[in-house]
Structures are given as structure tokens and as C-alpha cells.
Design a protein around this ligand. Structure first.
Ligand code: Z5A
Length: 225
């Protein structure tokens, strides 16, 4: 099922998502890209999933917190799309209509990768829910961060260890899955990218933050100019 592109809307805009396994460096690169585009005069909104609105952040807590509940893959999928509907309606579409660049940390590809490839939920069912919930609305451009799960998890672990006592320290429900799960995620993401080569750019996330930032900036500016 082809994604309905954000750029189909009348105002000039760009909806970019960052995807990949844990500790791949998405958040780091989103901040760098937002800074560079902002410096070049673009209006940029950064956001994340699950989250981005009050309602969606409430759902995020249910899903990612250690004590949030033991959800089945289908229940997770439905909660994620409930959060996404609010996020698209209240944050993403309004910004795109104003001609802004929206950069989102994870979107529907995460549901395909985690709930589908990772937890075995039927991919066709995910697409049916995507049609019902969002009419398949999705990003114009996606960066898929590819990294050896061991390396990503080591980075993630370093970050958690370095954090002070705040709520994020318990956001580890997904990080605690075994390495086999993370390998499935990686292969799932690569398959998603293979199926939609025009939208998805696979980034070797093992490189330095500076190298990756330069590669991404070049691709995004190529699309914006
Ligand atoms: N989830 C789902 O199951 N289904 C869905 O549909 C959606 C989500 C939308 C949300 O977590 C969880 O929800 C997620 C999937 C699930 N599972 N997990 N975990 P999240 O989005 O909050 O967590 P995350 O995406 O895994 O974030 P992360 O661990 O923070 O990873 P990151 O953003 O990709 O990495 P980072 O924070 O930029 O960097 C991690 C560390 O590495 C940090 O110390 C950096 O300084 C360092 N770093 C960054 N880049 C580099 C480079 N290039 N070299 C060396 N070190 C680096």
C-alpha cells in the first residue's frame, strides 16, 4: 500500500521521519538537522512518536514505561495509531499547511518494524489500520538508521547510565527485549526501505555524528531546493 505523501498538500512543506533501532543516533541527528535548517531560514517543527500531543504522550507512558502494562502487539498497534491520529491532526498537518518542515522521531514505519517484523503482527493488518486511522498519510522522506544492534544498544545503555534520576530512566520496556528481537527489527527496517526506495534513505549509523549530519543535510537540501 503506497503512502499518501504529505507533499500532496497544497502548501510547500516537507514531512521527514527518522527511523531505526535503539541508540542509532536519530535524536542526535534530528537536533542537528533542525539547527542547520533553522539557520538556513526554514521554519522547522521537531516532534516524536509515540507522543507529540498531550493525549499521545499519555499513551506513550502506557507503552514505553516499565510499569505501563503488558500489551499484546495488536493492542500496542491500536494505541500507537490512536496517539498518531491526534499527533497528525493537532501538530503535523497544521505545521505542513503553514509550509513548515516537520521532523519526526519515528512514525508508522516503527509500528511496521516493532509490532510487525519484531512482534509478528500481520503487516497487512497494520496497513488496514493505517488506512482506517490515517488514510495512509505518511512522510515525504524517511531516514532509516542502520546499525549493528549491539552497537546501538551499547550507545543506548551509555545514555541511560549517564542520565540523572528522571522519568526517562524507566523508559526501557523496548530496550529490554533480547538481541534476536533487535535483529528482526533491523531486517524489517531494511525491507521497508527496499520496498520504498524513493522515500527511504538508509543511513550507515555507525559513522561519526558529523559525517551522518553532512549526508542527511545534503539529501534534505536536495529535496527542498
Ligand atoms: N515504538 C513502537 O514499538 N512502535 C511505534 O510505532 C513507535 C514506537 C512510534 C520509543 O522509544 C519506543 O517506542 C521505541 C520503539 C517503540 N523503542 N525503544 N526503545 P524512543 O523513540 O524514545 O527511543 P529510541 O528511538 O530508541 O531512542 P534512543 O535510544 O534515544 O535512540 P536514538 O534517538 O536513535 O539515539 P540518540 O539518543 O541520538 O543517541 C543515543 C546515544 O548515542 C547518545 O548518547 C548519543 O550521544 C550517542 N550517539 C549518537 N550518535 C552517535 C554517533 N554517530 N556515534 C557515536 N555515538 C553517538
Amino acid at each position: 500500500m503506497a503512502t499518501k505523501r504529505a507533499a500532496d498538500m497544497s502548501a510547500p512543506s516537507l514531512f521527514i521521519t527518522f527511523e531505526g533501532g535503539e541508540g542509532a543516533g536519530k535524536t542526535t541527528q534530528i537536533n542537528l538537522l533542525a539547527k542547520r535548517l533553522g539557520g538556513a531560514g526554514y521554519k522547522v517543527v521537531t516532534t516524536r512518536e509515540p507522543g507529540g500531543t498531550k493525549e499521545a504522550e499519555t499513551i506513550r507512558n502506557l507503552l514505553v514505561q516499565r510499569e505501563g502494562g503488558d500489551w499484546s502487539p495488536m493492542a500496542e498497534c491500536l494505541l500507537l495509531f490512536a496517539a498518531r491520529v491526534m499527533h497528525v491532526k493537532n501538530v503535523i498537518k497544521p505545521a505542513l499547511v503553514e509550509g513548515q518542515v516537520v521532523i519526526c522521531d519515528r512514525f508508522t514505519d516503527s509500528t511496521r518494524a516493532y509490532q510487525g517484523y519484531g512482534h509478528g503482527l500481520d503487516l497487512q493488518k497494520i496497513e488496514e489500520i493505517n488506512i482506517a486511522a490515517l488514510d495512509s498519510f505518511g512522510p515525504d522522506m524517511t531516514f532509516v538508521f542502520d546499525i549493528d544492534p549491539e552497537q546501538g544498544l551499547a550507545r543506548s545503555g551509555r545514555r541511560l547510565a549517564a542520565e540523572t534520576l528522571d522519568i526517562n530512566q524507566t523508559e526501557d520496556r523496548f530496550e529490554n527485549m533480547d538481541i534476536e528481537f533487535h535483529e528482526k527489527l533491523r531486517q524489517g527496517y531494511l525491507e521497508i526501505a527496499k520496498n520504498e526506495p524513493e522515500r527511504c534513505h538508509v543511513i550507515d549509523a555507525s559513522g561519526s555524528a558529523e559525517e551522518i549530519a553532512a549526508e542527511i543535510e545534503k539529501i534534505v537540501k536536495g529535496k527542498l531546493l
